[in-house]
Design a protein around this ligand. Structure first.
Ligand code: GLU
Length: 402
């Protein structure tokens, strides 16, 4: 095979597999039965190509990794304001099952249990029945994965029998009037949500859907609006890895969420969705090998979000000067993606066109533009035309929208 990526992933997995530190979760009886040596990694790209290595098709309950997706559904169904009235966006610095409430009674964020149970209760329209909400959650998470996800009834029953702590959290939020509906309904639905079965390939596609602005790269379905993904990824970046979130962001630099069954999901905006699974957890509750795999992926593939991309200075493909005898027009040729920083460079180049001189703006090498990039370019063209200059635009890919 010419593509080196599968070998690269196999090699990376092998390197991380020698770490047998950590312990399988013991507090949920059904999860305690997991084979501790399982280890798989999945990676999905923006065009829907999915790579897998190791136990890539082994299914496990999604657990807390369902939380960002439930948050996405609540935001899409009830709007940002309503969701924010009920659940905050600040890191808690506490364990996942702590009583992390703000003064107002609002749970601190949707990535810890108290906030996730409250978020679950907001999914669907107001007054929705418990059964209908379960269906909405199952269908919604399945749309993110691009295949129908099933509930592991044994994990569900096992967690239901040990639900006192989650019930206590739900009743506390209810007492502060921040929980929609009955506490035991919210907890039961939340536990069903946590019991959905996935493999690391599913996690990779789910992550890529978030990282691609809500459009599933495999099915093409727009699962949630783009603004929802921006909100969800922001909260994952600050609160996704239990109380190791700050450390994770500095070492790995990928918005992520982990769960107690041993899964880790990471979503790098515009680039990659990643899933990893291995059941042994560190003392904070994150998969030991999962964390190692993400550290290695981030370093080997240069995936740290805060690593500045080199784009802006490449925006100018070339400038063709007019002939000395006055024939021909000056041509400003742009390339790449027209986002704010790139367009800013281009605008300064346009500034160099002498007053009154006509010219050609060549966008044939431009791949795409953000709304801001498009607006700024159009505004510059309009101003130059007002300046009695002829501006011809070569725009075969319709970057400026007609
Ligand atoms: N269902 C688990 C619980 O509520 C999820 C915890 C987790 O994965 O962090 O305790």
């Amino acid at each position: 095979m010419r593509n080196p990526i599968p070998d690269l992933l196999d090699e990376l997995r092998e390197r991380c597999a020698d770490d047998d530190g950590g312990e399988v979760l013991s507090t949920i009886p059904e999860l305690a039965k997991a084979d501790p040596d399982r280890f798989g990694i999945g990676l999905c790209t923006i065009d829907g190509t999915v790579y897998g290595t190791g136990d890539a098709e082994h299914r496990f309950s999604i657990q807390s990794i369902s939380k960002p997706f439930a948050y996405a559904l609540a935001l899409a169904d009830r709007g940002r304001d309503t969701v924010l009235e009920h659940v905050g966006v600040e890191p808690s610095g506490d364990s996942f099952n702590e009583i992390s409430l703000e003064q107002s009674g609002r749970p601190r964020n949707p990535m810890i249990n108290i906030g996730a149970i409250t978020t679950h209760a907001l999914i669907g329209h107001e007054g929705i029945s418990r059964k209908q909400r379960d269906k909405r959650v199952q269908q919604g998470l399945s749309a993110f994965a691009g295949r129908k996800l099933d509930v592991d009834e044994e994990v569900f029953a096992s967690e239901q029998s040990e639900a006192s702590r989650n019930l206590a959290l739900a009743y506390l939020v209810h007492a502060r009037e921040k929980l929609d509906g009955e506490p035991h309904h919210a907890v039961e639905g939340y536990i069903r949500q946590c019991s959905l079965l996935v493999d690391v390939r599913d996690l990779a596609v789910m992550a890529m859907t978030l990282a691609a602005g809500g459009r599933n790269p495999v099915t093409g379905e727009q699962v949630v609006p783009t603004w929802v993904c921006t909100q969800v990824l922001s909260v994952m970046a600050t609160c996704g890895m239990y109380d190791a979130s700050g450390q994770w962001m500095s070492t790995v630099g990928i918005p992520a969420k982990s769960g107690v069954s041993g899964g880790v999901l990471g979503a790098l905006p515009g680039q990659a969705g990643i899933g990893a699974f291995s059941p042994r957890l560190d003392e904070i509750g994150n998969s030991v090998r999962g964390v190692r795999a993400f550290e290695a992926l981030s370093a080997d593939l240069g995936l740290h979000l805060m690593h500045a991309p080199e784009v802006a200075s490449h925006v100018l493909y070339g400038v063709v000067e007019p002939d000395a005898d006055g024939d021909g027009l000056r041509e400003v040729q742009l390339q790449g993606t027209m986002h704010f920083a790139a367009v800013e460079v281009a605008l300064r180049e346009l500034e160099e066109v002498p007053d009154g001189e006509s010219f050609v703006l060549d966008l044939s090498r431009v791949a795409s533009a953000t709304d801001v990039g498009r607006r700024l370019l159009l505004e510059a063209v309009e101003r130059m035309r007002a300046d009695r200059r002829e501006v011809r635009i070569t725009d075969p890919h319709d970057i400026l929208g007609g």
